[in-house]
Write a protein that binds this ligand. Structure first.
Ligand code: MN
Length: 421
């Protein structure tokens, strides 16, 4: 049989604003406003470029019952663009855009199907006059659905080679989301479906790889700092009698990230800049052409602590980074820098003092000047590790590493003795 390829998305929440950003810039506001639209356009492009047979949207196309005109127009025009390429779309309405709230004035192309509420509906996808896939789905009639809708899904007597279930609901824990249409994996395994195209949970997750595959694509564009990391959709290839191939494809226009930077031992302001730049570069971004909005948390003991407690200093640092960014094709915008640093430990004063801290410091320094003693000390610790792998890694350390370990141990210990604020 011919294989089926489809794109699975959900929770578009078109035309929703970004929430909780600290400071907004007029140059950025349009980019933020367009982000959900742009991400959706990328999904449509993807369907066309990768020659998908159809697109599945598992609910929450719109953010609220009061859909904005802009959101409806955008949705309608993108559906038309897809339809003109002969690609069908199957939509199950969710809690944010229940079935009855969709306006009759929104005229969608003929090959855009919305599942009805009330009972599970089966639509047959045909290719060259042959039934290739059955797509089963059900829409929410109201915003709140407590019923287990998954139980309504059943295969017909003679199903198409591939069976897909489309549902907006909660399998297992709902996390920060309301627990709507809750069901368990047991409710859906053994029913004969190949793929459960879920929606509602905004964090993308492959709940189960196959037999059946159960997938939350997550929302294709994050909108606040609770929705960080790569965001996109899934492309699915299914052949009869083989598990689905599930590929994540990023679509976000703007990625949100929380970054924590340890400024331990940093004494120069330039180093902060370097560390932030390094952290940004190390973000493993599978998505090209995506901008970045980050929130930076500074931690650790640093001589710069006092400076960083001043609001205006932080503000200047942010402005320094953000200058000119909104005009870039892919901008990097620091939303906020939060300083949770602590004062540096004054080693000289401790050494000159008396009592326990001074003794500790002397013991450390005695080790650092006696490499043999240090080696013995670390080897003795090595034997404490039961795991042979850990023992091997420690055994591979050279003299330089030993000094490094000692220095780190010293900082950790002094840190415990002088907690500071
Ligand atoms: Mn949603």
């Amino acid at each position: 049989m011919s294989a089926v390829r489809f794109i699975h998305t959900a929770d578009l929440h078109l035309d929703t604003p970004f929430r909780g950003l600290t400071a907004l810039n007029s140059g950025l506001s349009k980019r933020l406003k367009d982000a959900t639209f742009l991400s959706f356009s990328r999904i449509i492009d993807l369907c066309i470029d990768r020659k998908a047979d159809f697109l599945i949207i598992s609910g929450d196309v719109f953010d609220s019952e009061n859909k904005s005109l802009a959101a409806q127009l955008k949705f309608s025009s993108e559906m038309k663009r897809l339809s003109e390429k002969g690609i069908s779309t199957y939509i199950a309405c969710g809690n944010h855009d229940p079935f009855d709230t969709w306006l009759g004035a929104l005229k969608l192309p003929e090959n855009v199907f919305r599942f009805s509420p009330g009972k599970c509906e089966r639509l047959v996808y045909e290719k060259n006059g042959k039934a290739i896939a059955d797509i089963h789905g059900i829409s929410y009639r109201e915003t709140s659905v407590k019923e287990n809708l998954a139980l309504k899904f059943n295969l017909p007597a003679s199903p198409a080679p591939v069976s897909v279930a489309v549902l907006h609901g909660t399998v297992g824990s709902s996390g920060p989301h309301a627990e709507y249409a809750p069901f368990s994996l047991d409710d859906i395994t053994g029913k004969g479906f190949d793929y459960w195209a879920l929606g509602h949970i905004h964090k993308g997750r492959i709940v189960r790889q196959s037999d059946p595959a159960v997938v939350y694509p997550g929302n294709p564009q994050g909108r606040d700092f609770g929705e960080t990391g790569p965001k996109g959709c899934y492309m699915i290839d299914i052949k009869e009698n083989s598990g689905p191939k599930i590929e994540f494809i990023p679509t976000q226009a703007i990625r949100l990230e929380n970054i924590t930077i340890d400024l331990g031992g940093v004494t120069l302001i330039e180093e902060i800049e370097e560390k932030i730049t390094d952290a940004i570069e190390s973000i493993n971004d599978p998505g090209k052409e995506s901008s970045l909005i980050i929130r930076v948390l500074l931690t650790g003991r640093t001589a710069l602590h006092k400076q960083l407690t001043k609001k205006e200093e932080i503000q200047q640092l942010i402005e320094h980074f953000n200058e000119g960014q909104p005009a870039q094709d892919s901008f990097i915008w620091i939303d906020n820098i939060i300083a949770a640093t602590r004062p540096d430990i004054d080693i000289e004063t401790i050494r000159d003092g008396s009592g326990f801290p001074a003794e500790i410091l002397k013991a450390f320094e005695a080790c650092s000047s006696d490499t043999e003693k240090l080696k013995r000390l670390i080897s003795a610790e090595e034997d404490e590790f039961a795991n042979p792998k850990a023992r091997k890694i420690i055994g591979e350390h050279g003299e330089h590493d030993h000094l490094d370990i000692l220095e780190k141990a010293k900082v950790i210990l002094l840190d415990k003795i002088f907690p500071g604020k």
